[in-house]
Ligand binder design. Structure first.
Ligand code: CA2
Length: 137
């Protein structure tokens, strides 16, 4: 089983800024633990702050990987291009958000990703990524 976690803009700051909202663990530390926990899974990680790079990565992996776990961060709410890319690829996408986007500002209630996703997980902190991996198993 080959899976990839794709994180969007500013998620490289996890554990370094706003710990009350997004936790105090860096994604790199969390990801190492996740890889160890799911040793039977080929688990990769990609992060970019650039919309086009995220679309390029979806196209690169989206015809061969068994699943994609996507937290498009702020682009979730703005990017028609990312939404189109999710719909255009073959690999199933699980959309993840660390925070409970439904309890935040109204603009965070809209997602361009959800319609093309297999499912959506939000509000469970970093554990949401683990739940997404389990959903593919
Ligand atoms: O809850 C999520 O996972 C979000 O995708 C996070 C995005 C936000 O725009 C979405 O509405 C919900 C923001 C990611 C910013 O990450 C930071 C991490 C640490 C410090 C500052 C920002």
């Amino acid at each position: 089983m080959k899976l990839i976690i794709i994180n969007g803009p500013n998620l490289n700051l996890l554990g370094k800024r706003e710990p009350e909202l997004y936790g105090s663990k860096t994604f790199e530390d969390f990801f190492s633990q996740l890889q160890f926990k799911f040793r039977e899974v080929q688990l990769e990680y990609f992060q970019s702050n650039i919309e086009g790079e995220l679309i390029d990565k979806l196209q690169e992996v989206g015809f061969s990987y068994d699943g994609i776990i996507l937290n498009a961060a702020a682009y979730t709410h703005t990017s028609v291009g990312l939404g189109d890319a999710v719909k255009a690829i073959d690999s199933p996408v699980v959309e993840v958000h660390i925070s409970n986007i439904a309890s935040r500002e109204p603009f965070r209630h809209e997602s361009h990703i959800s319609a093309g996703a297999r499912g959506v997980i939000f509000g469970f902190g970093l554990q949401g990524y683990e739940l997404a991996v389990r959903s593919f198993l």
